[in-house]
Design a protein around this ligand. Structure first.
Ligand code: SF4
Length: 241
């Protein structure tokens, strides 16, 4: 079994593998009730969904509905379920947490300061995710190294120290062109906001389109420093050995 002490051995093995082979290996290493794919419904995650449902129709795929998603994101959930004939597990925040937060700070607290923005991400995203991860031994994500300065050192397989399980990033070395070529070639459903200048898509009030030449994540929490642009789902607190 993989753990924090032997992860380097698996990193060496996984580093030279392509995305589909990594998924294949991951589903051999873990039972279906031990591993899950966390889809953010981003373009990368749509690529992985197409791969996962083909390689392992019984694989567990979940996503988080923060309650503030754009309509186009709900549309892609629906079209993906229809195309591939599977069901997501849709996680919601605890309604009591959200009721209390919005009652105290108001619905648009995230614009006031970084603490309130991270509070909102924590209640609406991080807590539901952690609740789910506590039941697993491994999770699969669509992170890519070139997406952000905060993601430049991710490995194809790593020990997620913060959550105490294995994290698998099959697309770590993919470029944006690789993602879109795969989507076009395979007719993969994608969020139509991408056609309107949105590169990275999260909650509606915290996402805007980007201009030509801007960083791909410039449209997420655009009022904050790039070094801090994570919602807490992928905070780097991993141990490689
Ligand atoms: S992205 Fe914005 S609305 Fe969504 S959870 Fe984070 S702060 Fe809240």
């Amino acid at each position: 079994m993989i753990h924090s002490q032997n992860i380097e051995e698996f990193q060496k093995k996984f580093d030279g593998l392509d995305a589909e082979t990594i998924l294949h290996e991951a589903f051999k290493l873990f039972e279906n009730d031990q591993i899950a794919f966390a889809s953010s419904l981003a373009a990368e995650d749509q690529v992985l969904t197409a791969m996962v449902v083909r390689l392992n129709p019984k694989a567990h795929i979940f996503t988080i509905d923060t309650g503030r998603l754009p309509q186009e994101t709900y549309d892609v959930i629906q079209s993906t379920m229809s195309k591939y004939g599977f069901q997501y597990e849709v996680l919601f925040p605890d309604y009591k947490d959200v009721e209390e937060m919005v009652s105290i700070h108001g619905p648009n607290l995230f614009y006031e300061n970084r603490d309130k923005r991270t509070l909102c991400c924590h209640e609406r995203k991080v807590k539901p995710l952690k609740r789910k991860l506590a039941t697993l031994k491994a999770w699969i994500c669509g992170l890519r190294r070139e997406q952000a300065v905060t993601r430049s050192e991710i490995q194809k397989i790593e020990w997620d120290e913060g959550n105490g399980l294995v994290k698998i990033n099959p697309l770590a070395d993919w470029k944006s062109d690789d993602v879109w070529n795969y989507i076009r070639k395979n007719g993969v459903p994608y969020n139509k906001l991408h056609d309107k200048g949105y590169s990275s898509i999260g909650c509606s009030p915290c996402t805007r389109p980007i201009q030509l030449g801007e960083d791909v994540r410039a449209g997420r929490w655009w009022w904050e420093d790039p070094e801090h642009k994570e919602c807490g789902l992928h905070v780097k607190k991993t141990k490689k050995s």
